[in-house]
Design a protein around this ligand. Structure first.
Ligand code: R5P
Length: 293
């Protein structure tokens, strides 16, 4: 492996423990303003210091991330469909390698839709992206997207992951499933697990724990972090599993402790004479005329 490629990969997957915590915020590329990601900067800023890398589009990177950050960027370079369009699998490469370099991408990412109408197009695009990215020493993350009629089972996911690796992807993102070891064992490159739709916090921690136990290097998690009522405690709990070898009990305890701390901090920061302020307001309102003057 070329030095540059290996060095970039080491920024995403920590070589000391072979683990990765990627924060996914690229959803807007086909979903538009997803719930809790309406203002990407507001969502990303408090979470940034707890992730190893950030997966995003160039628009979000340029407009919502401070360029002085040291967090590596995994740049989504595919797109072309929307949630209201005809077929989500009709994606193309939309970002040039030149722009990826300008954005100092540590990796580029694209979706591949095995078993879909546009399977051929997305697999060929993956091969072409690897050709180009290898020239510049940039790793490629293949996102094994699942068509709406396909199940996320070990048979399908191992097919998709293996095809991605055969095309030259350096990392493959997939879903956790029963018999996950089958998916990992038949894929010669590291596997990172997507969080998927929002589920209860403890379940998302279990998913993370199971994924790592099953052989994944980590998670590329989005909604289960920033759609949580408590995004910072949530990412810290997930981090404790990925990097601290915490089990689900320990991670959930960390989460609840941090939530409690946050709550008491908020209470402490409330103005002490709030009651006074309220009653003064009520008095001053009394003196106002019905028109409010
Ligand atoms: C898919 O739209 C994106 O590639 C997401 O980055 C991926 O699905 C991971 O995000 P989440 O954990 O919300 O599923």
């Amino acid at each position: 492996m070329d030095w540059g490629l290996e060095n970039r990969l080491a920024k995403i997957i920590n070589p000391r423990n072979n683990r990765a915590l990627m924060l996914a915020v690229d959803h807007g590329y086909f979903l538009g303003p997803t719930e809790k990601l309406e203002n990407p900067k507001k969502t990303i800023t408090p979470l940034l210091k707890y992730c190893d890398s950030l997966m995003l589009t160039r628009g979000v990177q340029r407009n919502s991330v401070d360029p002085t950050t040291s967090v590596p960027m995994v740049l989504r370079v595919s797109g072309g469909s929307s949630i209201i369009g005809e077929d989500l699998s009709q994606e193309q490469i939309t970002v040039s390698m030149k722009d990826a370099l300008r954005l100092n991408a540590s990796a580029v990412a694209m979706s591949m839709f095995v078993g879909s109408k546009f399977e051929n197009q997305t697999i060929v695009n993956l091969g072409r992206l690897v050709n180009e990215a290898e020239e510049y020493g940039i790793p490629v993350l293949a996102v094994t997207a699942v068509g709406k009629d396909l199940g996320k089972d070990a048979r399908y996911l191992s097919l998709a992951c293996r095809i991605a690796a055969e095309q030259g992807a350096h990392v493959v993102k997939t879903y956790y499933c029963d018999h996950f070891e089958k998916v990992v064992n038949s894929c010669p490159v590291p596997i990172i697990v997507a969080g998927g739709k929002k589920i209860p916090e403890r379940d998302a921690m279990q998913l993370t724990y199971n994924s790592i136990k099953g052989g994944a290097v980590g998670v590329d998690m989005g909604r289960n972090i920033w759609q949580s009522q408590n995004p910072v405690p949530m990412i810290r709990a997930i981090r404790s599993i990925v990097h601290g070898n915490a089990n689900v009990e320990q991670a959930f305890k960390l989460y609840t402790d941090l939530c409690r701390e946050n709550k008491s901090l908020k209470q402490q920061n409330k103005p002490k004479n709030q009651h006074k302020i309220k009653s003064n307001k009520a008095n001053s309102n009394k003196s106002k005329t019905p028109s409010g003057n």
